[in-house]
Design a protein around this ligand. Sequence first.
Ligand SMILES: [Zn+2]
Ligand SMILES: [Zn+2]
Length: 85
Amino acid sequence: MKAYRHHNCSRTHRTWTALAKCIWPRALWLHGNGPYASVARCGRGTTVQLSETANDARDAKELVDNTGCGGLCQRRHEVIQLIKP
Ligand SMILES: [Zn+2]
Ligand SMILES: [Zn+2]
């Protein structure tokens, strides 16, 4: 699993949602909360689903792997662990 600890500013983000918004400022949507992100980077843009556990994030990724994330799905989905600096 990839881990991201770098984001686009020097502030300390108190919530995972705020950190994820800083990492993916152009995300079309960002749902959930937690340190594990299921990220889709397909045709329409980046979408991010945050989960409390790695298993939940993998389940979320498997769901979009199986069903597609939208009309232009290119199966560019991955699970990324967020680490607060
Ligand atoms: Zn930041
Ligand atoms: Zn997709």
